[in-house]
Design a protein around this ligand. Sequence first.
Ligand code: NOJ
Length: 706
Amino acid sequence: MTLEEKVGQMHQIAGNDAVTGPHNPNSNDGEDLRKGLVGSMLNVVGADKTYKYQKIAVEESRLRIPLIFGHDVIHGCKTIFPIPLAESCSWDLDIIELSAQIAAIEASAMGLHWTFAPMVDIARDPRWGRIAEGGGEDTYLASKIAEARVKGFQGNDLGSLNTVAACAKHFAAYGASEAGRDYNQVDISENSLRNIYLPPFKSASDAGVTSFMNAFNVLNGIPATINELLVKSILKEEWKFAGIVVSDYNSIGELIQHGVANDKRESAELAANALCDMDMAGYCYRDHLVELVREGKVAESIIDIAVEKILTLKYRLGLFEDPYRYCKPNRENELLLNKGNRDFARDCARKSIVLLKNNGVLPLTKNSGIKKIALIGPLTESKFDMLGSWYCAGDENDVVSFYEGMKNRFGKDFEINYSKGCEIDSLYKEDFSEAINFAEQSEIIFAYVGEAGLMSGEASCRTDISLPGNQLSLLKELKKTGKPLVVVLSNGRPLEINWLAENADAILETWFLGVEAGNALADIISGDFNPSGKLTVTFPRNMGQIPIYYNHLNTGRPLYENPTEHYRSRYLDSSIEPLFPFGFGLSYTKFEYSNFSLSKNKIAIMEKFIATVDVKNLGAIAGEEIVQLYIHDKVATISRPVKELKSFKKIYLASGEMKKVEFNLSAEDFKYYDKNMEWNIEPGKIELFVGPNSEELLMQEIEITN
Ligand code: NOJ
């Protein structure tokens, strides 16, 4: 290969099927493809379209090297599943893996080889729009989800037609963007970096993820794209990651705005020397890397290693054997959005729903005596919003809306009246009266309110996380009718919903549920499916509490020790408690926890022990429960969180059934990066907690000896 051809492999250009960044197609792109100066394309989707470009690369370029097509397949490809934050609330690693697997099958049938997922950023700030794309605020759960998604996308064999290469992003700490504003700087300690933000990336790396993506943000003064601590020391040296590192969309070019490079040439030099293997849509490598190598500013060995990795991935994907193997229209027709995928999407969706409040109005059954239902709210008929952000090849015409789902399920036995009532984000009130009228004529109100699907996701941050527009005013008017009020919420982040928590009769947090949204909602509302989801992010009481998360450190003056004393850690104008804590979610049945015990009360560092708890279903119907185990390292050389999730089990209990739930643990599970940034656990006492959420917990203690 000539140096130009090698650098070409490190150059990724964007197509037009999606716009996922400031799109500046270069007029030379076509010519570059013919000359073999492009290694990869993103945002080209479909068997036909990818075929067209692949043909140019393999039939017109000198070396005939196939292109690798990457795309953001985030929560489904054609069959859109719940957004990742929603899916995380299922705490169901099997369905999470399977949804990634189905996404990979569909993506590979659409000519794609590489997904820019999973997004494994821990997010503790609901203002940040990209909280919707991740697995929530908890490091342990997000690490498990990262592993499940990588396995789902990549399977056991990248060479199989049904799998795609995955990409752990955004490396790293992007979720800690200051003030919850996208692309903003991140300034966190190495302690937080290693203990909170990096473990999901490590988990993806251990699961064999083929690539990593640099984050847009500056981390502790140095842009992540050229941050040596991140890429050289941690990713390559400590974790021995040998796969590809791709920049984010022009994150190399943006080194100029970050003020660390004068121009694109310097940007290219810095990024290549920081071992970024591929330049996404930045044209910095294309325009300057050859020259930089010739001048000795970048060693050719860096280029060779990057190119070897890129070609190896193409080889593993079978592209050298048959560059067109992923772009066969018949496969596309057969595999996209088939019945099996839809059924699975429905199951995924109902498992992602979290019941936040219920004073007995749900489920709605024929025996309730109710005959007339009012469906109110701007999301009731919406299809597009159900897709959420990053809806890939999803099409709103394939979505079952809430209205359709309710009509299908309840239309025969109930009279259903629908009025939109208001828009999602407008101050127009003219339609209130029709909605109130319908509500008055009905015996129960379902108000479907929340955010638009694109109010979260990239570059979609909010400073005000309450219900947009006039929706709360509408709910207040509906409440005045005195009819039972069930609020169904769709949103990509925790919202500030104090009024609802006090005044609604029931609240369902449903995020954005994808193509089967309406059917899944009807399954839950009818009781055909018993809700089992639990929050993976904390809901604040008000915006001033942000950031609020369950696994915080203690203060020296915790309020619980002496609530009446002035000099305590509190707000004068608000509780410090969340509205709904991490791990919280109700069921239509009741579970009782008892007999929490440990097989030992002292263990040596490597010794194993078992924690056991009895969980009983006290209600009349079967249900699933997510049994959560937390720890607190009471005394260590660094301050440790008041609680940290360390294990969980999802169990099914028939009515009246009791199960002994066992957790096999050892002190290894309690390790963390200590003050010397060593992975360690010190002797001392550990409190263990078990329960249905991060607050209602039974406790035991174990001592770790030397
Ligand atoms: C920018 C986003 O940050 C990243 O997540 C995505 O993969 C790329 N754009 C490509 O669309």
